[in-house]
Design a protein around this ligand. Structure first.
Ligand SMILES: Cc1ncc(COP(=O)(O)O)c(C=O)c1O
Length: 426
């Protein structure tokens, strides 16, 4: 807060009666461009790119994949979360580098595409789809694609949905592998050990058209529980306890040996490092950590590097900040905040993303957001001109990656290829 010293001050044409300011002007947060982004900018310009573009740094991606794989305890499987890495070529690259043939898929169009493109990959649904979506999946496959069918684990959360899937399996004359969604504490649906679980296990056991593929128990809430007073440890023990009870219920019906071989899926990027052995889960899922959007800047994901950026051209660079209609207040506002010395308007905007380079760039709350030409401001040290690129870091990958067309692959200082993304779909 500025301090009043009872003098009249004229700033930018605004008379501030009796309110001279012992002036707490904010510091200029802008700074020179980092060499990393300068080089990426040259690569984009050399490639003739002049559109908002999603760029993946392949070297960083590879280091992230290697880090994740090297972290896993002995015999722990890795399932790649397709929705967080929504491009067939990107998934193909991760499969090759990680050696994983497991995917977690979240909608029917993606499931159909991946069944055609990667029939050898095992796909576990990450959410229970309406029975109609399963119907649509069957209709989308040709006879040749049907090889992928036994490689899909249908996630089911209630006895009712299980019956609907059984009806589909009967009508199709096929056997549907069923994975049961457990509520291990997240409370986003799924079953807990008890009557519903017992009913579902029995239904699967008795139906020739269903097979038991395993369990999925997702627990991102564990990463948010404070570790003080042992809260996190207790929440984790609760989750593992629920999972263990569910395994015992399944073993009682299918036998211990079978339960040792089924999928026991857990975790996501925020929690996979909590699994130090395969006593309960025998595979973990992770996707976002490999590109590390800002929501994943957590202690548990230390060592992972941001590997995906939005690059967008500067359309206009101005050496002041003017606010429509409120021009009369600009002088004072700009005087108080050194970070309003310069204004740029970028190509597009309003993404789930934060400005990253040049350093110190900020959104302008008064001007508001724009998907067409978004205003960003910086101080005198801001070093950017029209047609240069601004870089932003997505806060999450799943929606943001789908907004820019093909992903530009950045490697050894060049754009070396383009990876098409999936059509937008929740
Ligand atoms: C069931 C399930 N497993 C795992 C994940 C983890 O994905 P990510 O690693 O991208 O956070 C998610 C994300 O929503 C999920 O819903």
């Amino acid at each position: 807060m500025p301090k009043v010293n009872r003098r009249t001050l004229l700033v930018g044409g605004v008379a501030v009666a009796g309110a001279g300011l012992a002036l707490a002007r904010s510091a200029d947060e802008s700074g020179p461009r980092t060499p990393y982004f300068k080089e990426m900018q040259s690569a984009l310009k050399d490639a003739g790119i002049a559109q908002p573009t999603l760029v993946i740094d392949k070297a960083r991606l590879n280091e992230n994949i290697d880090l994740l794989v090297s972290d896993l305890p002995a015999d722990m499987g890795y399932r790649i979360v397709s929705k967080s890495l929504p491009s067939v070529d990107l998934l193909r690259h991760i499969r090759t580098r990680s050696g994983s043939d497991r995917l977690m898929t979240f909608n029917q169009p993606m499931l159909s595409t991946l069944s055609k493109e990667m029939p050898d990959a095992n796909q576990l649904l990450g959410k229970p789809l309406p029975a109609q979506a399963a119907h649509n999946y069957f209709s989308s496959l040709t006879v040749e694609d049907k090889a992928a069918l036994q490689n899909v684990q249908w996630l089911v959360d209630t006895p009712q949905r299980l019956n609907e899937y059984k009806a589909i399996a009967d009508a199709q004359g096929t056997v549907l592998p069923i994975n049961i969604e457990l509520d291990v504490g997240l409370h986003r649906g799924g079953v807990k050990p008890g009557d519903d679980l017992a009913t579902m296990l029995t239904t699967i056991h008795e139906a020739p058209s269903l097979s038991f593929a395993g369990f999925m128990g997702y627990e991102p809430h564990l990463a948010k529980v404070p570790s003080i007073l042992g809260w996190q440890t207790r929440a984790r023990e609760t989750a593992l306890g629920i999972y263990t009870q569910a395994l015992a219920a399944a073993a009682a019906i299918f036998g211990e040996t079978e339960i040792n071989t089924v999928t026991r899926n857990a975790a996501g990027s925020p929690t996979y490092r909590m699994y130090k052995n395969t006593d309960v889960a025998n595979e973990i899922s992770a996707g976002s950590a490999l590109v590390k959007p800002t929501d994943f800047d957590t202690e548990l994901l230390q060592g992972f590097q941001p590997a995906a950026f939005i690059a967008t051209p500067v359309i206009k660079a101005l050496d002041t900040t003017e606010t429509a209609v409120l021009e009369f207040a600009d002088g004072m506002r700009n005087f108080m905040d050194r970070n309003l010395d310069q204004t740029i308007f970028i190509h597009g905007g309003h993404w789930l993303a934060k400005p990253e380079d040049p350093p110190g760039l900020r959104l302008n709350k008064t001007f508001g957001r724009s998907s067409n030409q978004e205003m960003l401001n910086g101080g005198a040290a801001l070093d950017i001109k029209a047609d240069d690129f601004v870089f932003l870091r997505p806060t999450q990958s799943e929606a943001v990656f789908l907004q820019f067309g093909d992903i530009a692959v950045y490697e050894d200082g060049k754009i070396t290829g383009f990876w098409p993304v999936f059509p937008a779909s929740a």
